[in-house]
Each structure stands twice: as structure tokens, then as C-alpha cells.
Design a protein around this ligand. Structure first.
Ligand code: THU
Length: 134
């Protein structure tokens, strides 16, 4: 399924759940599974900064905890209150690589819904995965 503007609105809803008292940089993620379920994710910060969890990973760990398995995801849409569309951090790219298909769309939006479209593989070229351990 290709991008729909509704995804941005859902990511905005997810963003409202952010707990970001330190950076005040609120991020929302809207994850869709291949069987049509949806999950929100939001960044959850911590006074011990490295313990912060990004919105993208928040949505993915929620879905996995609910029983979804790697490869069962259709797309993820991310949004931020910024002019530049949200860009997943390196750690999130690695987690996307682990849990999502290489060709899964990653829809990055800014505060007005401007869209930048990529895929898991494009965001992490030459990425490391379980296949490298075989
Ligand atoms: N953040 C995300 O939620 N996703 C990203 O991919 C980039 C960064 C969060 C982490 C932290 O709470 C805040 O944005 C500032 O880095």
C-alpha cells in the first residue's frame, strides 16, 4: 500500500504521546502491519540520556510485544515538529533492518506533512543483519 496522507495524521496523534521533557523534540511513529493492525510509537526520554527510546523503536517493540514477528510490517511513518522531515537515527535504522523487510517503505514527514520516502535498505546501505552471522 502506498503512502496516504492519513498516515501523517496518525503519526501526529502518536507524537502527542511523546515524553520528551529534556529535548522537547517530540517524535511520533505510525507502524502498519501486513495484516492491517496499527501501532503508535513516541519517544520516551530519561534523565539518564542514553536510556531514551526513539519513536520508531517504541512502535516496533510494542508490536513485537503484542506478538508480531520480523517481516510482518507494511510501512512506518514518522513525524517531528521540524521543517526537515524526520530521519531515523542510526540505532533505529539497525532495528528496522532487524525487524522489517529491506524494501519496506519508511515515510518521513515534517510538521506540515511534507514527505520524504525511503526504504529500510536505502537508509542502511551495507547494513549488518542476522544473515551475516550465518
Ligand atoms: N528521536 C526519535 O524519537 N527518533 C529518531 O530517529 C531521532 C531521535 C528522539 C530521541 C530523543 O528523545 C529526541 O528525539 C532528541 O534526540
Amino acid at each position: 500500500m502506498s503512502y496516504q496522507s492519513q498516515y501523517f495524521l496518525e503519526a501526529k496523534e502518536a507524537q502527542k504521546r511523546a515524553y520528551a521533557p529534556y529535548s522537547n523534540f517530540k517524535v511520533g511513529a505510525y507502524l502498519i502491519t501486513k495484516d492491517g493492525r496499527t501501532f503508535y510509537g513516541a519517544n520516551i526520554e530519561n534523565a539518564a540520556y542514553p536510556s531514551c527510546i526513539c519513536a520508531e523503536r517504541s512502535s516496533l517493540v510494542t508490536a513485537i510485544s503484542e506478538g508480531y514477528r520480523p517481516g510482518e510490517f507494511e510501512s512506518i511513518t514518522i513525524t517531528v515538529n521540524a521543517d526537515k522531515p524526520s530521519s531515523p537515527c542510526g540505532t533505529c535504522r539497525q532495528v528496522l533492518k532487524e525487524l522489517c523487510d529491506d524494501d519496506m517503505p519508511v515515510y518521513m514527514t515534517n510538521h506540515t506533512g511534507e514527505l520524504l520516502e525511503s526504504t529500510v535498505a536505502k537508509l542502511l546501505p551495507y547494513g549488518f543483519s542476522g544473515k551475516d552471522l550465518e
